[in-house]
Design a binder for this molecule. Structure first.
Ligand SMILES: [Zn+2]
Length: 225
């Protein structure tokens, strides 16, 4: 496992990491790293939805692509292989979140909806939310058609996160999610974004497109200490 840095100020109330390739999201190793047990790790059943689940008492996995919790000692995470893993924490209200944003989730504004849920459930001010956007397939390697760009643009607005290439487009989903976080009120200085492209670095990361479909997953985890 490769532990990728997250902003220092996220660590004041929360511990967070993005794992790299080999062995990826090995829950035994993750539990050890966070000094917790495997049954205190929550991964949702990801289906490229816009569903945000708030974990309180029940740890029963449900279909969702974003998880939020205020529960101490619980580790929440998402698994990806090209899609964007996003970790969030509100230092003041002591709330953490993990989001899986592929193009469908991004087109459904899942990150914006997660930030809104921080506010609705825990009265988080977006200005207090820290956001870490982990390794994903970037503009250099993510060719999509116009339909995808239209869907993502409708949710995100116009900004510099895609460019045209012949009759196709090159999309930077991480940058689109950065724009969604900004428009939801998160200050630019609160957003960390990984430079890594999963497709460019198959030795470091699992990439669904590089492997042509059959591959493992890396993950992002966050929890309140
Ligand atoms: Zn690339």
């Amino acid at each position: 496992m490769r532990n990728i840095l997250v902003p220092d100020n996220m660590k004041t109330v929360a511990n967070a990491c993005f794992t790299g390739k080999n062995p990826g999201a090995d829950l035994g190793i993750i539990a050890e790293l966070f000094k917790t047990s495997r049954d205190q790790i929550y991964l949702p059943i990801q289906k490229h939805t816009d569903k945000v689940v708030v974990i309180e008492a029940s740890l029963e996995p449900v279909i969702a692509d974003a998880v939020i919790t205020k529960q101490k000692g619980l580790l929440i995470g998402v698994q990806v292989a090209d899609c964007v893993p996003v970790l969030l924490c509100d230092l003041k209200k002591q709330v953490v979140g993990a989001v899986h944003a592929g193009w469908r989730g991004t087109a459904e504004a899942i990150l914006k909806k997660t930030i809104l849920t921080f506010y609705d459930k825990f009265f988080s001010d977006p200005a207090d939310i820290q956001v870490a956007i982990g390794p994903s397939i970037r503009q250099c390697c993510y060719e999509v058609d116009g339909e995808v760009i239209r869907a993502v643009s409708l949710a995100t607005g116009n900004s510099d996160y895609f460019k045209s290439k012949g009759d196709k487009f090159c999309l930077d989903l991480a940058a689109a999610n950065q724009v969604q976080a900004l428009t939801a009120g998160v200050p630019e200085g609160n957003i960390w974004i990984s430079d890594d492209c999963t497709f460019c670095s198959p030795e470091k990361f699992f990439s669904y497109r590089f492997a042509k479909g059959s591959t493992g997953r890396q993950a992002g985890f966050i929890g309140i200490l």
